[in-house]
Ligand binder design. Structure first.
Ligand SMILES: [Zn+2]
Length: 451
């Protein structure tokens, strides 16, 4: 039995009482938290001095697309999209059809490593590659394990080309889930449908049935753009969340990504079914799809986690945007969320919105020893239990302050560097994949001109 002691840190538990313990200690045995408080045990195998440091539960990304790392900087050579549908058709759906299993591995390795360096210890990813379906989740799992974080992973089943292809995506999830139970591995499978406007009721029902077999978590993009809402109104006479409700997709083991174009009735349905929402504010800004009604969802008691949707893998930056966006949108500096609420959205709420609330998201006895430790040695003002969330949101911390990242009691990042992966090698593998992908997308002439 290995005992690890985090000693003398400002412990931000994110438990139900939001306890913050100054000069506190956390004892870990075999990857699990066994005691928290002021008293330090006599003997530990490893002691980490956390003086002048803030110990958070590991940050959690509620929704991402790891493969999007390969599109950074790509010269797209297209007419700029003017709405969300064109964005999908001209960029993302063109790209995902060109993805290979090797791309799934290299993009995951790069993106998860970058997230880990930024303090993210768990994520929910949805992969989309119509020509690299079978086996894709094994490659994503392998890369995540090479980095050492947790992952809830899935293939984004869609009928945008055919029903048969939707089934193949669903079956990839089912295969991976059957081989990777969440209690036994860091990386486990969940079910995913792309969006209500690209799937039939039949595929929704099949997904529900499969998920019920193993009590698996489910996720779906929901009214990210107006196209989803219009499709469901025109074809089914229902708004997006109304249709998902009628077809039995909602519930506490489901997360809706985005939920931008929803009305009060849909918010009520989400609250009534205790469905989770993954809010992706920076992605919503980038795609100019609109502003989600986060304050209204909070007031209805809906659990909301913050994700990055594949854009800027930095939990602190995404959290800060979630804090600011709604104040600007309402022209009200007192508008929700509060600093505490947005920190919850990348810790305990995000844990719930990826289906792992019983395992991670807070520093509590019995939970996994996942921590993100920030350096607080050179702040401009004192930090203590009453202002730690404010310090976090108002700019005292950024990704560069991530001192140490621990998953399951094992340090994977120390002083800004991964403990076993070489960043240059990871980067080169990603670049090789990107160059090959860009060639397949026929982007070479522009690249050559740029060089
Ligand atoms: Zn997404």
């Amino acid at each position: 039995m290995e005992r690890l002691l985090l000693k003398n840190g400002l412990i931000v538990t994110m438990n139900a009482n939001n306890e913050v313990i100054p000069e506190g200690n956390v004892l870990v045995e075999d990857g699990k938290i066994v005691s928290i408080g002021k008293d330090a045990p006599n003997k530990s195998d490893i002691v980490i001095d956390c003086s002048n440091q803030v110990v958070f539960p590991g940050f959690i990304c509620a929704h991402t697309h790891l493969y999007s790392a390969l599109l950074r900087g790509a010269p797209l050579m297209i007419d700029p999209p003017t709405d969300f549908t064109q964005n999908l058709q001209r960029i993302w759906w063109t790209m995902d059809e060109a993805l290979t299993l090797e791309d799934a591995y290299t993009s995951t390795l790069y993106a998860v490593n970058e997230m880990a360096l930024n303090g993210v210890t768990a994520y929910l990813d949805t992969y989309s590659g119509p020509n690299s379906i079978e086996g894709s989740l094994d490659r994503i799992s392998k890369a995540t394990q090479d980095v050492g974080t947790r992952g809830a992973i899935c293939f984004e089943a869609t009928e945008r080309r055919s029903y048969e292809e939707g089934i193949r995506g669903l079956e990839e999830n089912r295969r991976f889930i059957s081989q990777n139970a969440p209690e036994k591995t860091l990386v486990h499978g969940i079910y995913c449908l792309h969006a209500a406007f690209t799937v039939s009721d039949e595929l929704i029902h099949k997904t529900n049935d499969y998920a019920a077999e193993t009590n698996s978590f489910k996720t779906i993009h929901t009214s990210e753009g107006m196209v989803d809402l219009h499709h469901n109104l025109e074809k089914y006479g229902k708004r997006t969340v109304e249709r998902l409700y009628d077809e039995g997709f909602l519930g506490p083991r489901t997360a809706l990504a985005h939920a931008v174009h929803i009305n009060k009735h849909e918010i009520d349905l989400i609250a009534e079914t205790r469905t989770n929402v993954a809010h992706n504010p920076k992605s919503n800004e980038l795609n100019a799809v609109g502003v989600a009604q986060l304050p209204e969802m909070i007031e209805k008691g809906i659990n909301v986690g913050v994700g990055n949707d594949g854009f800027i893998y930095d939990a602190i930056e995404n959290m800060r945007t979630a804090y600011l966006m709604h104040k600007l949108n309402h022209r009200n500096p007192s508008q929700l969320p509060t600093p505490l609420q947005v920190v919850q959205m990348i810790t305990i709420n995000a844990a719930q919105s990826i289906g792992l609330k019983d395992h991670i998201g807070s520093i509590e006895n019995g939970k996994a020893a996942d921590f993100t430790i920030l350096d607080a040695a050179v702040l401009p003002t004192p930090i203590h239990k009453d202002n730690v969330y404010g310090h976090f949101v108002y700019g005292s911390f950024s990704r560069r302050d991530v001192k140490r990242v621990i998953v399951n009691g094992k340090t994977i990042v120390k002083n800004g560097v991964h403990t076993s992966l070489d960043a240059t090698t990871v980067s080169q593998q990603s670049k090789d994949s990107a160059i090959s992908l860009w060639n397949r997308l026929d982007l070479t002439p522009r690249i050559a001109r740029q060089i």
